[in-house]
Design a protein. Structure first.
Length: 186
């Protein structure tokens, strides 16, 4: 029986590209778990822990507005155009993911607004309803991100691994690294 050896270059290049992409998702999943916990605590711990829980939610919001936006910029400026050019059948999925990016941006700003409203309404009338709106918006954000990440893994990342040639994977990895180095401005 003849055993075929895997092409180590192909395997290594695939892993490198996917690792570059998954790093951002792993950090995001960790942060949205923190947000989910903070939202739950806001609901059940009440006013004595309000400041602490708001700070945790704001910390995650800061991460989303900065680090995750950089990741999205890389997807939109590098990964999606590259995949559209090399694997045209992905265009409809890419358009869906870009639409989710737009929804994410809008929801992050809505959540920021709701958290600010909670901070301002700490003891005033309507505090309960204000807090509830912030929790609903934050919960939707958690749901949106988890499902978006799952969709990217099941479509984009699988295709990168299975359908791009080693030289294409290497080029994609180079472009991602270049975009990260130059802050997504290219």
């Amino acid at each position: 029986m003849v055993q075929l050896k895997k092409n180590p270059e192909k395997s290594q290049t695939s892993k490198e590209v996917v690792r570059l992409l998954e790093r951002g998702h792993a950090d995001t999943l960790q942060k949205i778990s923190q947000l989910e916990k903070a939202l739950l605590n806001l609901r059940f711990e009440g006013k004595p822990s309000l400041g602490k829980n708001l700070r945790q939610a704001e910390e995650v919001l800061d991460f989303l507005r900065n680090q995750l936006m950089k990741h999205i910029r890389i997807e939109e400026k590098v990964i999606f155009p590259f995949l559209s050019a090399h694997i045209p059948k992905l265009e409809s999925v890419i358009h869906l993911l870009e639409g989710e990016h737009d929804e994410f941006r809008k929801n992050v700003e809505d959540f920021c607004f709701e958290l600010e409203a909670v901070s301002k309404a700490k003891a005033g009338l309507g505090f309960g309803r204000t807090l509830e709106r912030a929790q609903e918006t934050g919960t939707y954000l958690v749901y949106l991100l988890r499902n978006h990440i799952r969709a990217e893994h099941q479509s984009v990342y699988k295709v990168i691994h299975s359908e791009l040639r080693p030289d294409e994977k290497k080029e994609l990895a180079r472009r991602i690294t270049e975009c990260k180095t130059h802050g997504g401005s290219k």
